[in-house]
Every structure is written in structure tokens, then in C-alpha cells.
Write a protein that binds this ligand. Structure first.
Ligand SMILES: CC(C)(COP(=O)(O)OP(=O)(O)OC[C@H]1O[C@@H](n2cnc3c(N)ncnc32)[C@H](O)[C@@H]1OP(=O)(O)O)[C@@H](O)C(=O)NCCC(=O)NCCS
Length: 243
């Protein structure tokens, strides 16, 4: 039984090392030993394969110690209960958190700072399900029992709280679809950039009326109509952020 489990883990780890070579250009001409000894994402996954097998066999404390030690070493925290498919690759790794009921399919790639987390204190299935061939960019947060469809791409720093269809590219906070199978989505409700903003419209109306009142008052006083109310800054245009 233990022999079978070890053989399965060894097979999974071989596939994980091959995935690192395939998806990280820096790992192409590097030996298996070098990848196992210095790729944090691969080490975290190796530790998880062992912790998960023990977790399935009913062991409680040792898997937690493995998680603790792995986090200290790599900055990656994967709950022993998380189910991870073949050829998973965590690039760079630090800051990745994968929750207990997360399910990850085959050939999934995750960059540093990704969270597959819950949204509250509920029990049961509360973490994302990631289907095959998904890429999740650095810093993305996927929260709750959402499903990310086959081949989807999640942009860096995206926050996903709803399901993502297959082959979609999602960016932003809240995450919204910008491509489906590489093409811009068309039709009504697809322009997420120029959404109506009723509060800004109301403030602009008030600002216009105040300017008009000040102009009339100035005329009554016999002075110049120099209203101090400035126009609202346009929603788009040069950014004020420094480089
Ligand atoms: C989301 C991502 C996968 C998109 O790749 P893609 O399929 O080639 O799509 P595009 O580059 O054509 O981008 C599609 C649109 O989303 C925008 N976009 C892309 N990534 C974005 C992001 N992370 N946040 C906000 N908008 C983003 C693009 O500007 C483009 O906008 P447009 O429709 O106005 O032209 C990619 O940009 C990304 O974020 N990858 C993660 C990479 C990463 O984490 N690297 C870490 C290395 S250490």
C-alpha cells in the first residue's frame, strides 16, 4: 500500500518537474536535481503530494507540519486537503495560498501571490475549482466556490468571485471578460470600461447648477462672472500616477 502510494507520488513529481521545464524558460536546460533543489514551486508541490497522500490516509498532524515547514521554506501554503491534478506548475511561488477544498485540474499554471481562497467562515466546498489548462497571473485572487473553465486565463491582480467560462480571459477587479478564445466579446453589456456612473453624473449636474447660480449672483453684484467651481476631472485621460 505504502509502496503503491510512493510510486504514485514519484510519478506525479516526475510530471511536475517536466511541467516546470515546459513552462519556465529558465528551467529548460537545468537538471532534475537542480529543479528539485532550487525551484520553490516544485518543492511545495512535492511536499503537497506527500502531505495530501497522508491526509487521505487519515493522518492529521504530520501533514500540517509539512505545510508549515513548506511555507517557511517557499512562502507557498497549500492545504493538505486541496486536490491538485497532473503537471501543475507554480512559477516563482512566494505568497501562493491554496485552500482546503480547492480542486485543480491538469496542466494548470499559477504565478506568485495567487490566492485560491474562501470568502468567509462557511464550511463545505468554499474554494475555487480550476479546470484543465488554466493560467492564473501573479497576485490574482480567486475567492469562493467558483469554477474557472478549461483554458481560461486570469490576468495579474484580477479578483474573481464568479464563474469564468472556458477559454475566457478575465482581468480587473471585479474580474470581467475581455477575450473569449482570443477575440473581444461583442454585443450589449460587453463594454466594461465606459460604464454609466450615476453618482458622478449627479455631482456634475450639481456642480453645473452651482456655477450658474454663482454667475447670476456675480452679475447682480455687478462683478465679473468668475465661478470658482471647477469641472470634474474627465474619467479618462492622462494618469496622475508617477512612473
Ligand atoms: C491576462 C493575460 C493572460 C492576457 O493575455 P492575452 O490573452 O495575451 O490578452 P491581451 O494581452 O490581449 O489583453 C487583453 C486585454 O486585457 C488587458 N489586460 C491584460 N492583462 C491585464 C491585467 N493583468 N489587468 C488589467 N488589464 C489587463 C489588455 O490591456 C487588453 O485590453 P484591451 O482589450 O483594451 O486591448 C496577461 O496580460 C496576464 O496578466 N498574464 C499574467 C502574467 C503574469 O502574471 N506574469 C508574472 C510573471 S513573473
Amino acid at each position: 500500500m505504502a509502496g503503491l502510494t510512493m510510486r504514485r507520488i514519484a510519478k506525479e513529481v516526475r510530471a511536475d518537474v517536466a511541467a516546470a521545464r515546459d513552462r519556465d524558460p529558465a528551467a529548460r536546460s537545468v537538471s532534475t536535481f537542480a529543479i528539485l533543489s532550487s525551484w520553490g514551486g516544485v518543492q511545495a508541490l512535492l511536499a503537497h503530494r506527500i502531505a495530501h497522500a497522508m491526509h487521505l490516509n487519515g493522518s492529521k498532524v504530520v501533514p500540517r507540519i509539512i505545510v508549515y515547514a513548506t511555507r517557511a521554506l517557499t512562502g507557498i501554503e497549500i492545504h493538505p486537503g486541496a486536490r491538485i491534478g497532473a503537471e501543475f506548475f507554480i512559477d516563482h511561488g512566494s505568497g501562493v495560498v491554496i485552500g482546503e477544498t480547492a480542486e485543480i485540474g491538469d496542466r494548470v499554471t499559477v504565478y506568485q501571490g495567487v490566492t485560491l481562497g474562501g470568502t468567509g467562515f462557511q464550511r463545505g466546498k468554499r474554494h475555487p475549482t480550476i479546470q484543465d489548462n488554466v493560467t492564473i497571473g501573479s497576485g490574482a485572487k480567486l475567492l469562493g466556490p467558483v469554477t474557472i473553465g478549461h483554458g481560461a486565463k486570469i490576468g495579474a491582480n484580477t479578483v474573481v468571485v464568479t464563474d469564468v467560462p472556458e477559454q475566457a480571459t478575465v482581468v480587473g477587479n471585479p474580474g470581467h471578460i475581455v477575450r473569449v478564445e482570443g477575440r473581444r466579446p461583442e454585443g450589449p453589456d460587453t463594454d466594461w470600461i465606459h460604464l454609466p456612473d450615476p453618482i458622478a453624473d449627479a455631482i456634475k449636474n450639481l456642480s453645473d447648477r452651482l456655477a450658474e447660480i454663482e454667475r447670476r449672483l456675480a452679475t447682480l453684484d455687478g462683478g465679473d462672472a468668475e465661478a470658482e467651481v471647477r469641472e470634474l476631472r474627465p474619467k479618462q485621460g492622462p494618469t496622475t500616477a508617477g512612473g
